[in-house]
Write a protein that binds this ligand. Structure first.
Ligand code: KG4
Ligand code: ZN
Length: 336
């Protein structure tokens, strides 16, 4: 009988639960978001997110079990994986407490999973032909990293943002331009009809490393649009999008040149970006490596990726202990 793992994710504004089997087949994946409550504030309000998780976690877990054809207490569930960091402390604690309660009630082990490692497992859930080593660009509203993976759960962080995350910069620029939240999809959409060269933006992070930076770019957009107030918003969007993609692709190119790999993968919410998806596809073709572009559902926060990472961690490190607490600043580089 194939064992199953229940994944629970509550690190930000998504309350998610999923059942995944040992071969990483997704039996169910349920996601409820409190984003509508945060829109008016232009960003996630931690207090509101935490309260929403408390109200939603029970029904979301129940639905994940029933969608997978399972009863609560089902003996096929061998363990529970839960995001224990990084993320919003109040939100993490809701998922962690729920996971401990289910583990205690069902008599199964639980394991705390690093949310970023979860994102790295997302491509594994969709590509059965994945070959190692792999370079992954993980870009979301909270994180931006370039990671070299020699196998599942074996990773080295080549570089990361020294200030804002890529998605955060998208959201801030969108707010400045009077667009809605989250800003990434809106800017991406507008950029399709704009001219990228209209706004002169500086090339950032030209050094010989893999670190990223988006805060200067955001400030440059603000300064430039203050001077050129009549510039169409689509042109601003296209110029900003081109500058973000240029930096990310330049660093990825450098990574491919210095660390030969068999594949290139995207992960995180910004992986939905059209310029990034096409740029990464071209880069992979140029270097003759496989490209792995997860579907949108797998790019954004979900619990299937947490269940997959947890399956690996349970196997390799064993379960967490009952005194495990949430780690809001847990770095990927510190995952054992
Ligand atoms: O991974 P995610 O769902 O949540 C976390 O931050 O963990 O990522 C959300 C981020 C937001 O900042 C959003 O603006 C950005 O992903 N995003 C995009 C696009 N779609 C979502 N950024 C650029 N282009 C997009 N098409
Ligand atoms: Zn995420």
């Amino acid at each position: 009988m194939m064992g199953l793992v229940l994944g629970i994710e509550t690190s930000c504004d998504e309350t998610a639960a999923s059942v995944v089997d040992e071969e990483f087949h997704v039996l169910s994946s349920v996601i409820e978001s409190s984003i509508d409550q945060h829109r008016a504030f232009g960003g996630v309000v931690p207090e509101l997110a935490g309260r929403a998780h408390v109200a939603t976690i029970g029904p979301v877990v129940r639905r994940a079990l029933s969608d997978a054809g399972l009863d609560p207490h089902d003996p096929k569930i061998l363990g529970i994986a839960v995001t224990s960091g990084p993320g919003l402390i109040g939100s993490l604690l809701v998922g962690l407490s729920a996971a401990k309660a289910y583990a205690l009630a069902w008599g199964v082990p639980f394991v705390g999973v690093n949310h970023l490692e979860g994102h790295l497992f997302a491509p594994l859930l969709e590509s059965s032909d994945l070959e190692w080593p792999l370079t992954t660009l993980l870009v979301s509203g909270g994180h931006s990293l370039i990671v070299l993976q020699s196998g599942p759960g074996e990773h080295v962080v080549l570089g990361e943002t020294i200030d804002d995350a890529a998605g955060e910069a998208y959201d801030k620029v969108a707010r400045w331009l009077g667009l809605g939240y989250p800003g990434g999809p809106e800017i991406d959409h507008l950029a399709q009809t704009g001219t990228a060269g209209s706004l002169k933006l500086p090339r950032s992070m030209t050094g010989d490393d893999y670190d990223l930076s988006f805060s200067g770019l955001k400030t440059a957009v603000v300064r430039a649009t203050e001077k050129q107030r009549d510039l169409p918003v689509a042109d601003v969007a296209a110029s900003f999008q081109a500058a973000v993609a240029e930096q990310l692709l330049r660093k990825l190119r450098r990574a491919l040149e210095h660390h030969p790999v068999k594949g290139l993968a995207l992960a995180g919410g910004v992986a939905a970006n059209s310029a990034l998806r096409s740029g990464v596809t071209e880069l992979a073709q140029e270097f003759g490596v496989e490209v792995h572009l997860p579907t949108m559902a797998m790019c954004t926060d979900n619990a299937a990726m947490i269940a997959a990472a947890g399956t690996y961690r349970l196997r390799h490190d064993g379960p967490s202990t009952w005194d495990l607490s949430a780690s809001p600043n847990w770095q990927l580089a510190d995952v054992s």
